[in-house]
Design a protein around this ligand. Structure first.
Ligand code: URP
Ligand code: ZN
Ligand code: ZN
Length: 458
């Protein structure tokens, strides 16, 4: 089907024009004023913005943790993403120790097939013996160009320094990118053991036992490893000024260090963990929410570009039955929070409308730069002739109230319950097909395609 979108204000990361956009065969065919083309459908976007679909490079759909899984699968999670204006996600496949990495990729590709929007996968590496190093090159060839390593979660995910170094070194040859969850596991283990011994078992001790110092120390150490390996590195979910200081210092020294933060670090704080009736458990995610003053520091990092990307780390567990597993002991609360649906709205309202970032920077943070870093640009992340017609018609005047009773995520709470925001995705197109229109759903399970990504362009 061909579509002509007329009279909208087209916003990219670098410009703003009043233009019409014509779409044919899944891609943008023409952009210009008063386009005189035939189309099966005409959409009038007067008074609205047209932005490239959001790119969320950090999600955890159907993630098994112990005996439970995150409550959104690839269908419900990507549907919720689309309602919020995100048209591409990158989730994770996880190495199974001793098995080929391609085996893990194939398994995860089966689950991801129900996605309603396009998706890529990062590969989580827990261990990299000699004989498996070459598999990283094969993954890059197959479009899995980013590898995630953890310096925490010793029982499940933590990679040792040797694995981190080997993975970093290999990426200097194959063009891949190492992404790191940085927290000092040894410090955290000691603090958790002491807290539990002292009977400190309420949700607030999640933050007390994972201090900013633990994150910042690990960030510094990984920067040093990446620097020895002469490899770029990308830090996920940066939450505090101490980490940002190390990132800024490395960037000022010319090192290829990239970093993201997430809305939960801009809009929630350590005080939320102390909410009564165990409600604090809703804010148990890792790294934990920090002291409130960090929020403005993170905004400064966004403004000076030491933070390049805002992703969600969407990792939803229901409050009832799932978060409640840790009622008697915070260490049993599954870590993670929902967020895939409201990233664009929160950043538009508190970022653009409150004067912290420009419209162009908003597009850059939520779409263009993540697409560039993770090898999707210019197919995704921009509005240009030939790029995928992943487009959002954004109504800047729509008022929404966030609530778990109306959101589309399959989870029984929201971090932002009752928050009133201005601006919403009104019509969402994925590769030229309308999947959301005025709150109605037109997408299909399995429509999303696996994205074979190319080594990064930034
Ligand atoms: O609490 C979180 N973020 N859980 C998901 C796994 C991770 O650390 O990214
Ligand atoms: Zn993490
Ligand atoms: Zn995560």
């Amino acid at each position: 089907m061909s579509i002509l979108i007329k009279n909208g204000t087209v916003i990219t990361n670098s410009g703003q024009t009043m233009s019409d956009i014509s779409i044919e065969h899944e891609t943008v065919k023409q952009i210009g004023t008063n386009l005189n083309v035939q189309a099966d459908k005409i959409i009038d976007a007067s008074g609205k913005y047209i932005i490239p679909g959001g790119v969320d490079v950090h999600t955890h759909l159907s993630l098994p943790v112990g005996n439970i899984k995150t409550s959104d699968d690839f269908e419900s999670g990507t549907r919720a993403a689309a309602f919020g204006g995100t048209t591409t996600i990158i989730d994770f496949a996880q190495q199974i120790k001793g098995r080929p990495l391609l085996h893990a990729l194939n398994l995860r590709m089966q689950e991801a097939r129900q996605s309603v929007i396009d998706y890529g996968l990062h590969m989580i590496i827990v261990d990299l013996p000699d004989e498996q190093e070459g598999e990283l090159d094969e993954l890059v060839k197959r479009g899995v160009i980013s590898f995630k390593l953890f310096t925490a979660y010793p029982d499940r995910l933590m990679a040792d320094d040797d694995t981190i170094m080997r993975t970093l070194r290999r990426t200097t040859r194959n063009g891949g990118l190492v992404c790191v969850h940085a927290e000092d596991s040894a410090l955290i283990e000691v603090l958790v053991r002491n807290a539990v011994r002292e009977g400190k078992k309420e949700p607030k001790y999640h933050a007390a036992t994972r201090p900013a110092r633990a994150e910042a120390d690990a960030v510094k150490r990984v920067i040093d490893l990446a620097s020895s390996a002469e490899a770029p590195v990308y830090f996920v979910h940066i939450s505090c000024l101490e980490s940002l200081d190390h990132i800024r210092a490395a960037q000022s020294a010319g090192r290829p260090v990239l970093a993201e933060t997430c809305p939960q670090y801009l809009f929630t704080s350590i005080e939320d963990l102390d909410k009564p009736d165990f409600e604090g458990a809703k804010y148990v995610f890792t790294p934990p929410p920090r002291e409130r003053w960090n929020q403005e520091q993170l905004w400064k990092g966004i403004q000076d570009r030491s933070l390049e990307v805002i992703s969600t780390d969407h990792c939803p567990f229901n409050f009832r039955r799932e978060k409640e597993l840790g009622r008697a002991d915070f260490t049993k609360i599954p870590n993670g929070a929902p967020g895939i649906e409201h990233r664009l709205q929160l950043l538009f309202h508190f970022g653009v409308l409150q004067g912290r970032i420009s419209l162009n920077r908003w597009v850059d943070l939520i779409s263009t730069t993540p697409a560039k870093i993770f090898g999707l640009y210019p197919r995704k992340g921009t509005i240009a002739i030939g790029s995928d017609a992943d487009l959002v018609i954004w109504n800047p005047g729509t008022e929404i109230t966030i609530s778990s009773s109306t959101h589309h995520m399959n989870v029984d709470y929201s971090l932002y319950e009752g928050w009133k925001l201005k601006g919403n995705a009104e019509t969402v197109l994925s590769r030229g097909t309308i999947i959301v229109d005025h709150d109605a759903w037109f997408g299909k399970s399995g429509y999303g395609k696996f994205l074979q990504r190319m080594p990064a362009t930034v």
